[in-house]
Design a binder for this molecule. Structure first.
Ligand code: FMN
Ligand code: SF4
Length: 434
């Protein structure tokens, strides 16, 4: 077992439950990008009734929440940049700094027109003329795919009312945070800033900026065609629609899947061919997420409300199945070190705190000292003390690991190790592209 499947994310979907696939409906068998012609043939142009400001009402009716991690209501965001003195800018966030996630790359690579459509329709809705599409850097296949799509759109004389600019974002965990993106696009380093102002108040070039994840915008493109009621046919009334999730670890077919919200966790795993071996726990929500023990996870639905009962969240919707022959404590210590190294190095509690947490986890792994009391204290001291949510997410990940792997930690403290080895099931960035 290693992280190889994540270095070659592939998009897969399965038929059913009713209504799926949606985002992935026009996926080509060969994995190549959908053409403008095929996209236009499938979707046509949105009706006037769902264009411009009317689209905001439709998005509100759909109940769409952001797919970038925080699940913020998209209609509220759209509304927040409308009506000010300055013309807003749309920033489509495809940076995807989370190593456990491949969904945004997959979308950019295979369905660039859906993302571009969503961004252009959002721009039309809020009165923006400038769209910036943030891509995962260094420039690779995603950029090539989007550039080819833009060229096609120019030939078809689409998007005449907007200017679309592409930006390659440094491959760092915090670079996709919205204030970091804005700072980078304004000529600074890709590091978060203290708020206010938030991007919707002052963002790219000082203009009010709508920052949306690329998957969120792809859903907007579909809502503009099929409407809010259609969107609500999947999921629950509080959490409607479908989401893209990146499944990896001990699943038979790792990759990016589209699932209806409220699908049982067991069915989600089934879509990926099931598990390849025994699992000690699932990491749900990527590295800002939480560990959920196997029996608990299999009884859940893919839904924030269900995960909340376990102190977890869907977050970036990356799920890793950790095999039970893998050293959980060592894997967690590795990720803690990675997250410490990904601090943007500008807020004391984040820089020093996350380093200290990673050191303490290393001592726990080697059985040198029972660092649990100190870790618990630091975790509560670090939380909420940075310009961005990086320290909060990293400490939540560590706290939930100590909880879920209490028995494994005991083994390390008693024997200096456990029976298992660290296999690198949890990918760490290291600047590599996936
Ligand atoms: C440390 C950190 C990293 C983030 N990285 C990303 C990212 O790579 N892509 C993304 O879409 N959102 C990321 N976000 C969330 C963005 O700040 C922002 O909330 C999101 O792009 C808004 O889009 P949405 O409302 O469509 O979800 C990150 C947040 C934090 C705190
Ligand atoms: S909290 Fe950490 S990652 Fe966030 S801005 Fe401060 S130093 Fe950077």
């Amino acid at each position: 077992m290693n992280a190889a499947p994540l270095t070659r994310p592939r998009v897969a979907t399965r038929r059913g439950p009713a209504g799926l696939p949606r985002l992935l409906a026009s996926l080509r068998e060969d994995g190549r990008a959908e053409s403008a012609r095929s996209h236009a043939h499938r979707y046509g142009t949105p009706a006037d009734a769902t264009r411009g400001r009317a689209l905001i009402a439709e998005v509100e009716a759909s109940g769409l929440a952001g797919r970038g991690g925080a699940s913020f209501p998209t209609a509220v965001k759209l509304e927040s940049v409308v009506g000010g003195r300055h013309r807003p800018v749309v920033l489509a966030n495809g940076a995807e700094g989370e190593p456990a996630s491949g969904k945004d790359r997959a979308l950019l690579r295979t369905l660039p027109h859906l993302v571009l459509d969503g961004a252009v329709l959002a721009a039309d809705a809020v009165g923006a003329r400038d769209v910036v599409l943030a891509l995962p850097g260094p420039a690779g296949v995603e950029r090539a795919s989007v550039e080819a799509a833009l060229e096609e759109r120019r030939r078809h004389r689409l998007d005449l009312q907007v200017t679309i600019r592409l930006a390659d974002v440094p491959h760092r965990f915090v670079a996709g945070e919205e204030t970091a993106l804005v700072r980078y696009l304004n000529g600074g380093p890709a590091k978060p800033t203290f708020t206010p102002p938030r991007p919707f108040e002052r963002g790219v070039g000082g203009a009010p900026t709508l920052v949306n994840n690329v998957e969120t915008l792809a859903h907007v493109a579909l809502i503009a065609r099929f409407g809010g009621d259609w969107f609500r046919e999947l999921g629950t009334s509080a959490e409607p629609g479908s989401v893209l999730t990146t499944l990896s670890g001990a699943v038979r077919r790792p990759g990016v899947y589209e699932v209806a919200l409220a699908t049982s966790f067991a069915d989600v795993l089934d879509a990926a061919g099931g598990l390849t071996r025994g699992i000690s726990a699932f990491l749900v929500g990527g590295y800002f997420g939480s560990w959920v023990r196997t029996d608990d996870a299999l009884a859940l639905r893919f839904l924030e409300a269900d995960l909340k009962r376990h102190g977890a969240s869907l977050g970036a919707r990356a799920v890793i199945a950790l095999p039970d022959d893998t050293c959980a404590v060592g894997e967690v210590a590795r990720v803690a070190r990675y997250l410490a190294s990904e601090s943007a190095g500008q807020c004391g509690p984040c820089v020093r705190g996350l380093d200290a947490v990673a050191d303490a986890l290393a001592r726990l792994e080697s059985g040198d000292a029972d660092e649990r009391p100190r870790l618990a204290r630091w975790v509560s001291m670090i939380r909420g003390r940075g310009a961005c949510r990086h320290p909060d997410g990293a400490t939540a990940f560590v706290a939930s690991a100590l909880d879920a792997f209490a028995a494994e930690v005991d083994l390390h403290l008693r024997y200096g190790r456990c029976r298992n080895t660290v296999r690198g099931v949890l990918p760490v960035g290291g600047g590599e592209r996936r």
